[in-house]
Design a protein around this ligand. Sequence first.
Ligand code: SAM
Length: 352
Amino acid sequence: MANINETIVPDPNLYEYEAAGSYDIDDWQSETTSIGSSMYRGLEENGRKYQTLKATESFTPSDEKQFESYEAGHITALVMEADRENPLFRAPIKNPKHILDIGTGRGSWAVDVADTFPDATVRGVDLFPPPIEWLPPNCILEVDDVLQGWTWQEPFDLVHLRILEGSFTPEEQKRLYAEIYKNIRPGGWIEQLELTPHFVSDDGSLPPDNILADWGQTLINAGNKSGRPFNLFDTCQDHIKEAGFVDREIYLAKWPLGPWPRDKRLKEAGTVNHEHWSIGMEGYGMFLFTKFGDPVPWSKEEVQVYTAKLRNELKNPRFHIYHEAKRVWARKPFPEEEAAAAAAVKKEPKSP
Ligand SMILES: C[S@@+](CC[C@H](N)C(=O)[O-])C[C@H]1O[C@@H](n2cnc3c(N)ncnc32)[C@H](O)[C@@H]1O
């Protein structure tokens, strides 16, 4: 659904409300959150502030707003995959026993996977504890830095990563994928989902000089300056291959922003995705722009004004915007496959 080769068809009915002066995306939000009510849950629980293990290095805040944004991102991912039997991951795993979610955020993915696979132990790890009061008995949320030596004993059947843009330096990325490879059992899987922050439209409805068209690059520039680039959307498939994984699959999709699509499922995804970005943008930008903004670091007020303008533009139903999402999954080879691959490399004639 809405894979990268399909154009999303806009909903003409939306503009009747607009013409009548009764279109307000916030009304739409409350209406469609009840459509997705079984999925869109728990937002009111996020009422507390948390500390991070390494506050100076993580650009994402650990406050209720950010967790709310993560939850909306999680729901968007589920709605986008809702036509699949398992909307949580695509790796073809049977009876997993040990699963790890790196940078678990609010822990929603780990909790849902634990509910779906009651015989598995699902660990979610992050720099700060999420505001979750109840966990399934087979889900463990841990506070740790995945760049430090891993101490988990059991090899994993699946290691999952999602929306980790801007979290690691290029050297840390290399180290992380090598560590993941080491800690997955032969035949086990890695899966990663990344989003590009570039907002685009296929039909030219987003004017190129609109502030929304500029947001992705502004964020990427600040990430580059910080030394923790927003490049995983482009590079994660290469990291996965270079670490040694095989049978790699890549799925690209368009995630709409706003209730503008005609298709009911995409309308629902777009509505929740609108919440995801509209709540999360200030949190994503505040640390980066006040420290690494262009041409000089921005003031807090400048970031607030900028993100308020973005939020305002995001409400415009005439912009048929989306961003791309990339899902990559791959398998750790068995020892005999590794040996055969190593022998094949040895046999290759050396270039003069
Ligand atoms: C944008 S959030 C995504 C959260 C979650 N994966 C999701 O999709 O909702 C990125 C998360 O990665 C975590 N993170 C960044 N660096 C980390 C590290 N070195 N160790 C553990 N978690 C890390 C951050 O604290 C943050 O919660």
